[in-house]
Design a protein around this ligand. Structure first.
Ligand SMILES: NC(=O)c1ccc[n+]([C@@H]2O[C@H](COP(=O)([O-])OP(=O)(O)OC[C@H]3O[C@@H](n4cnc5c(N)ncnc54)[C@H](OP(=O)(O)O)[C@@H]3O)[C@@H](O)[C@H]2O)c1
Length: 331
């Protein structure tokens, strides 16, 4: 089967389309013929985190397709069923943190940028009927992360105000749509004027440029919750506008791993600083129910052919995208 892999030295230069063996499904597994796959920033990080002598790996965490083969002990699923893939492996029940054997699909094991994937049946769910193949293929990782960050960890309630820095991100666009569906007031930031305009069209109440003075721009706002993945580039600005007793949930470190915190401001501000990552199967099902109820559709940035996976990753790396980038496997 055709697959887009990374091997050898770190970097996009060492990714290529090649032929990889199809894997027979074992007990409790199914093989999916992928129609579409979705990019996440993690596909870029993975190019720099693997050891040079690790075997070639198929990149990609998100995907949607059709069941093509079924292993033993698989019930309630038929060849031909249309499904999406939940890339959160070995984390079934909602809990404070994932179990020790938690893994994300696509590094260290083979991922979705391929014609087929063999995966535990517990990691597939029916494709939402109201979504296209492109929308279904980009949904899982970002929507699951956004759902747990907003509701399990952030405990967002209707009428609260939430701030989402870096609205161009795939996860951030889900955060915006989900928070609005939950009845919250939503403020977003972006480095790009154009992305601010797009966010307003999608329902954001206020959009401000990342390099503006946030305190001045948000002087009349009472921000209850911040959901951040940008990190150091906006951290101090973000904390300066959080209301006393408010909560900041972080799930990413796009601009660096370390931030400075003024401890006096932290304790006088009575802030709650929380971390989150992906989510469990239980939250994945809750997320699907929530988006179905509110008919939320992923914001699609651009669709690339599988053969152009490198160009797709380059687009994400340059940061000009708004929402999710999709790969189409229509060979
Ligand atoms: N822990 C988890 O489970 C989990 C899950 C998903 C993602 N993540 C992490 O979350 C982050 C976002 O993921 P993604 O896939 O949605 O990424 P993405 O689509 O590439 O988005 C990254 C966004 O960060 C903003 N940004 C980048 N550089 C910036 C800077 N210098 N100053 C201000 N803003 C900047 C940009 O927003 P603007 O262009 O609008 O400014 C950009 O669109 C990544 O770090 C990813 O690894 C973690």
């Amino acid at each position: 089967m055709r697959a887009f892999v990374h091997s050898g030295k770190p970097g996009l230069e060492n990714t290529y389309l090649t032929s990889v063996e199809k894997v027979e499904p074992q007990d409790g597994e199914v093989r999916v013929r992928l129609k579409t796959a979705g990019l996440n920033h993690r596909d870029i990080w993975n190019l720099y985190r693997r050891s040079e002598d690790a075997p070639p790996v198929v990149l990609g965490s998100d995907g949607a397709g059709v069941i093509e083969a079924i292993g033993k002990e698989v019930t309630n699923i038929q060849i031909g069923d249309e499904v999406i893939i939940n890339p959160s492996l070995n984390w079934q029940v909602k809990s404070d943190s994932p179990p020790g054997d938690f893994e994300i699909l696509g590094v260290p094991g083979h991922g979705t940028f391929a014609e087929y994937i063999t995966i535990p049946v517990i990691n597939i769910e029916p494709k939402p009927r109201y979504l296209s193949w492109e929308e279904s293929g980009v949904l899982s990782l970002a929507a699951l992360t956004a759902f747990r960050a907003l509701f399990t960890r952030g405990r967002l309630m209707a009428e609260q105000t939430v701030l989402i820095p870096g609205i161009g991100s795939g996860v951030a666009t889900f955060l915006l749509l989900m928070a609005k569906a939950a009845g919250a007031r939503v403020i977003v930031t972006s480095r790009s004027e154009k992305k601010c305009e797009r966010a307003i069209q999608l329902g954001a109440d206020i959009a401000i440029k990342s390099d503006n003075d946030w305190k001045k721009g948000l002087v009349d706002e009472k921000i209850d919750l911040i959901i951040d993945s940008v990190g150091p580039a906006i951290w101090e600005k973000a904390l300066s506008v959080l209301r006393i007793g408010g909560t900041l949930v972080n799930f990413g470190a796009t601009t660096g791993d370390e931030v400075k915190i003024n401890l006096r401001n932290l304790y006088f501000g009575q802030y709650n600083l929380l971390g989150t990552t992906m989510g469990s199967t239980e939250e994945f099902k809750e997320m699907l129910k929530f988006i179905g109820k509110h008919q939320i559709k992923p914001v699609l940035d651009k669709v690339f052919h599988h053969a152009d996976s490198k160009e797709a990753i380059l687009r994400m790396n340059e940061g000009s995208h708004f929402g999710k980038i999709c790969l189409k496997m229509d060979w």
